[in-house]
Every structure is written in structure tokens, then in C-alpha cells.
Design a protein around this ligand. Structure first.
Ligand SMILES: *[C@@H]1O[C@H](CO)[C@@H](O)[C@H](O)[C@H]1NC(C)=O
Length: 398
């Protein structure tokens, strides 16, 4: 236990000092296109969208590997799409901050602020992006009619993608979205939004294969990481989550025909004051989807509402699902060495579908306690089959 805590402390220390280093190296690529040379103004007030597109076009048609370089300063960008395919490898190196317009309506209704579409072999290195989401959250809260909301940075149809050292602040909706991508590495990123900001997921992944996320800090108003349908071969290491709604597989089963989630691993991570820890969540409706081969290992919970949870009865506002059961088949989920404290008395919840039992659930060395006076916690098991080894606290209900 002590050894494990020391390991985790060193992991977190390493993680913290890695953040922000990426941006401090000078551009190294052979052809560099500085956005300022295309007219961008680093004053945070003059719109620079067209200048960024100019630098992008020059880099994208380069036969040699090319860099789009953003020097120090603040650059005002409206909704922008960087389209591929490009002729060679592209690096977007950002030493400055990209800011959205103060009026949230100016990002329009496309659902995106910064979108990279169909670009292979792309690296985004360094950079801060500030979507100034507060006005949009307030609009939603007021019940007025609002735009759909913009995801801050999205990659769609990218093959061979690296995001290193990005910091994202106050996204209107999700911070970073990976959709329909292959071979993705995300490291040293930091996604920050207030606890109560709606739908500000840190990193959302769907319909993608081969995703690594390491050494990152996710403090946000919705899921720290959300893993949607069609995610395969995903590896996460050294993540810090909280505030936020946890690292979630789901929500799945919203559609009747849906791709599954398979081979997802999370290790050496820390949850602090988050609503959930490790969660699998599905709508209570029929679906062809599934969850298979999921591994959680060496995880510490501090004051987390639901440290371990499978919830297959998700039915917000009781619309579209009452009296139905989830068709999502959950199998092969291993929880190993999960320790710490629960903010509620129930530290472990397995609320599986009555029509599709959770199968092959493995628990090994689980030590979770209720935070108040370090009391014993409880567990709930419904429609679940599995095995345990080692110490299981709270009391094993499998
Ligand atoms: C599972 O995913 C990891 C990457 O996270 C990959 O290295 C491994 O080969 C995958 N396993 C299978 C059986 O596909």
C-alpha cells in the first residue's frame, strides 16, 4: 500500500512538471509558416481566422513536412475548419493563445470551434485555447434558445495524430474530440472548466482505434474522458481527474444499432472529488452495442461519489426509455488494485441490465472506504456474474 502510494505520488509529480514543457522548444520543421506573416494580429482583438487559414493552406500544399507556427500573443479566431488531405506531415506549433469571440453566438451553429478534418500525420504541439464558454453556459441555464454550442478542438478522420501540451480553458461544450481517427497520441494536456459547467467533457473519443492518452490533467464539468461507440484499443496512463464526472465508457446504447467498445485500459491514475471514478454507462434501451475487455489497474480515489460504477439504467428525464432494458452486453471487465475513499456510502455499484447480464467481471484487491471516519462502505450488485481474488472492500456482492 505504502509503496503503491509513493509510486502514485511520483507519477503525479512527473505528470505535473511535464505540462507546459512542450511549447518551449523552437520550431524544428524544415518549412515554417508563421501566421503573423499571413496577417494574424497577436492583440486578442483583431480577428485572425483568415490569416490562420492562409498559413494552413501554405503548409498543407507543401511537399516537405511543414509547420504552421503561432508565436506568443493572443489570437482571436472564429469557427474555423482546417481541411486535409495535405501533401506531407503537418505540425501546428502554438506558443500563443487562441481565443474565441466574447459573444458566444459568434461561434455559430456548426458545433465546432477549431476543426481539423481529414488530415493525416498531424501534430499539434503546445498552445492554449480559450473558448470563453461562460456566456454560453449562462444562456443554457437561463432556458433561452441558444446555439448548439461549439466543441473547442475536434479531429475528424485523422490518421496518425499527436496532441502534445495543449491547454484548453472553458470550452462551450467538449474540450477535445477525437472522431473517426486512427493512431492517436495525446499527452501532457490540461483541460479546465468549472465543476458546474454543463457538458464540458475533457476528452471525448468515438469511432476511433489505437488511442493513447497519458500524463494529463482533466478538471471539468462533465466527464474527464468519455468513450463513445466504436472505440477500440485505447490506453490511458497517469491521468488526474476531478472535478468532473469521471472516466466514462458511455453513454452507450442511445441508438438501436451501434458499434461496441473494446480493449480499453486505464492505469496509474488519480480521481479527486469527482462525481464518478471509473464508470460504464448505458441507456435503458435495446441496442446492438457492447463493452468488452476493459482493464482498470492501480487507481486511487479521493472523496469520489461513485468510485466504481456500472449503470445500465440511464434514462434522463424518463424520456425514450421507461420500462425498457439496456441491450448493451458488458463482459470482461477487470478492476485491480483500486483504493481510497468514497464520498457516499456506496463505493461500488453494478447495476447491470436485466436482459443482458454483466459477465466476466473480475475484482482483485479493492480497498474503498466511506470517507467519514473511514467507515466501511457498501456495494450493490444487480444482474452480474464474475469472480474475485484478494481483499475486497466494500463487502463483495458478486
Ligand atoms: C489492445 O490495445 C492495446 C493498445 O492500447 C494494443 O497494444 C493491444 O495490441 C490491443 N490488444 C488487442 C487484442 O487488440
Amino acid at each position: 500500500m505504502v509503496r503503491f502510494m509513493v509510486l502514485l505520488a511520483s507519477v503525479i509529480a512527473l505528470l505535473l512538471c511535464n505540462i507546459g514543457n512542450a511549447a518551449s522548444q523552437p520550431p524544428t520543421s524544415s518549412v515554417s509558416h508563421n501566421v503573423v506573416n499571413f496577417g494574424a494580429k497577436p492583440d486578442g482583438k483583431t480577428e485572425s481566422t483568415q490569416s490562420f487559414l492562409g498559413a494552413w493552406a501554405a503548409a498543407c500544399r507543401s511537399l516537405r513536412p511543414a509547420t504552421v507556427y503561432v508565436p506568443k500573443g493572443r489570437y482571436l479566431l472564429k469557427a474555423v475548419v482546417f481541411n486535409g488531405p495535405c501533401k506531407n506531415r503537418i505540425t501546428v506549433r502554438i506558443d500563443g493563445t487562441l481565443v474565441a469571440p466574447t459573444d458566444y453566438r459568434a461561434l455559430g451553429n456548426s458545433g465546432y470551434w477549431i476543426l481539423f478534418s481529414k488530415v493525416d500525420r498531424i501534430s499539434v504541439v503546445g498552445g492554449k485555447i480559450d473558448a470563453k464558454g461562460a456566456g454560453f453556459w449562462a444562456c443554457r441555464k437561463s432556458g433561452k434558445s441558444c446555439p448548439v454550442g461549439a466543441r473547442s478542438m475536434t479531429f475528424k478522420g485523422a490518421n496518425g495524430l499527436e496532441v502534445n501540451g495543449l491547454q484548453s480553458l472553458n470550452s462551450q461544450t467538449m474540450h477535445l474530440v477525437i472522431n473517426d481517427c486512427k493512431n492517436v497520441v495525446i499527452r501532457n494536456v490540461r483541460m479546465i472548466a468549472p465543476d458546474e459547467s454543463p457538458n464540458t467533457d475533457g476528452i471525448h473519443v468515438q469511432e476511433s482505434t489505437g488511442i493513447t492518452i497519458t500524463s494529463s490533467i482533466l478538471k471539468t464539468g462533465d466527464d474527464c474522458v468519455s468513450i463513445g461507440p466504436g472505440t477500440k484499443n485505447m490506453f490511458m496512463d497517469r491521468l488526474l481527474c476531478g472535478p468532473g464526472h469521471g472516466i466514462s465508457i458511455g453513454s452507450l446504447g442511445q441508438d438501436a444499432v451501434e458499434d461496441g467498445v473494446q480493449n480499453v485500459t486505464l492505469i496509474n491514475s488519480l480521481f479527486v472529488g469527482s462525481q464518478n471514478g471509473i464508470r460504464i454507462k448505458s441507456w435503458a434501451r435495446p441496442s446492438t452495442g457492447f463493452v468488452n475487455n476493459i482493464n482498470y489497474r492501480n487507481i486511487v480515489m479521493r472523496y469520489v461519489n461513485n468510485p466504481i460504477i456500472i449503470d445500465q439504467n440511464y434514462c434522463p428525464d424518463n424520456i425514450g426509455c421507461p420500462k425498457q432494458t439496456s441491450g448493451i452486453k458488458i463482459s470482461g471487465v477487470t478492476y485491480k488494485n483500486i483504493q481510497g475513499t468514497s464520498k457516499t456510502k456506496v463505493a461500488m455499484t453494478f447495476d447491470c441490465s436485466p436482459s443482458q447480464k454483466c459477465k466476466g467481471i473480475k475484482l482483485q484487491d479493492i480497498k474503498l472506504r466511506y470517507y467519514l471516519n473511514n467507515q466501511k462502505a457498501q456495494s450493490i450488485c444487480k444482474n452480474i456474474q464474475g469472480t474475485t481474488t484478494g481483499v475486497i472492500l466494500p463487502y463483495n456482492c458478486l
